[in-house]
Design a protein around this ligand. Structure first.
Ligand code: PPS
Length: 297
């Protein structure tokens, strides 16, 4: 494990941890690196649901939705998905989580516990327009000031994102790895969900998800879950549950996890030149991809 820093286009630096060639936030140093290396051996249960996503794609949102589907009621879950993030929690903590577990991760398929694959655990993969991901990630890096020690400005940040010099690495590598996983493992239950579709018609996406999970819900309950997990309701319901320690992690003690929750906020941040450069990189990196990110919604 080593601590690495990368400069953005303006020369400001972001501090990360490197473990076996992959980048992570340095939340736990050597102990965390040990946990990451041990992850492959972690026990899985056939009823685990593994929620996979590149950072800032909406996992807090979907973690809540999936848990409500499982519990069969539109009641706020008094727990945080960080507690179920498999690359950060020690194995004994993971084993103490009661079934059915919703395990959240930014890891790729090949990095998941081997048993997840052997036991054919259901996987939900969230995808989000990378321009909005980049903006959200910028606020995350700038906001969690002590951890990343990043003081950069947005106009310089995209170089880090475009070059994969961020925790969990390149967005494009992540997406390609999952596209290959889906191609190479056609019988593994993997449900792909787009953040923008969820915004456009939450109830329809909750229904699709419940069907995938094999849970039958009434139309009223589906509507109620979609509504309870709307951005404004989650801001009200979840932020009040945040503890002091977590709040202190954020610059000026202002959490930015539930920041804006919109589709297309990137238009408020990208300059014309940044957008052209991003489109050029996207076209190049996604040339052979069949995934259809929702840029136009
Ligand atoms: N209920 C709901 N509806 C719509 N959008 C929501 C919701 N909850 C969280 N969000 C937005 O999701 C972004 C955070 O993504 P993640 O939860 O994946 O973040 S993290 O990777 O776990 O740090 C972050 O996006 P931005 O607002 O664009 O920064 C959150 O605001």
């Amino acid at each position: 494990m080593s601590v690495v820093t990368f400069p953005d286009a303006g020369g400001d630096h972001i501090k990360l941890m490197e473990v076996d060639g992959e980048l992570y936030p340095n939340v736990g140093g050597e102990e965390q690196a040990k946990g990451i290396r041990a992850l492959a051996e972690a026990k899985a249960r056939p009823d685990d649901i593994v929620l996979c996503n590149y950072p800032k794609s909406g996992c807090h949102w979907m973690w809540e939705v999936i848990n409500m589907i499982l519990q069969g009621s539109a009641t706020t879950i008094p727990d945080f998905k960080e507690n179920h993030m498999i690359e950060f929690i020690p194995p004994n903590h993971m084993e103490a989580i009661p079934s059915p577990r919703v395990l959240n991760t930014h890891m790729k398929f090949s990095q998941l516990p081997r048993e997840t694959i052997e036991k054919r655990c259901k996987i939900v993969l969230i995808l989000r327009n990378p321009k909005d991901v980049a903006v959200s990630f910028y606020h995350h890096h700038f906001g969690i000031a002590k951890l990343y020690q990043y003081e950069g400005k947005w106009e310089n940040y995209l170089s880090l994102f475009n070059n994969g010099k961020v925790d969990w690495g390149s967005f494009y590598n992540y997406v390609h790895s999952w596209e290959k996983t889906i191609h190479d493992n056609p019988t593994h239950p993997i449900h792909v969900l787009y953040y923008e579709d969820m915004k456009a018609d939450s109830a329809a996406e909750v229904r699709r998800l419940a069907n995938f999970m094999g849970v039958s819900l009434s139309d009223d309950l589906i509507e109620a879950i979609a509504e309870k997990c709307s951005f404004h309701n989650m801001v009200n319901d979840k932020m009040g549950l945040e503890d002091e320690k977590w709040r202190k992690v954020w610059r000026d003690e202002k959490p930015r996890m539930y920041r804006k929750g919109e589709v297309g906020d990137w238009k408020n941040w990208f300059t014309v030149a940044q957008n052209e450069e991003f489109d050029r990189i996207y076209a190049e990196r996604m040339a052979n991809s069949k995934l259809k990110f929702r840029f136009t919604l």
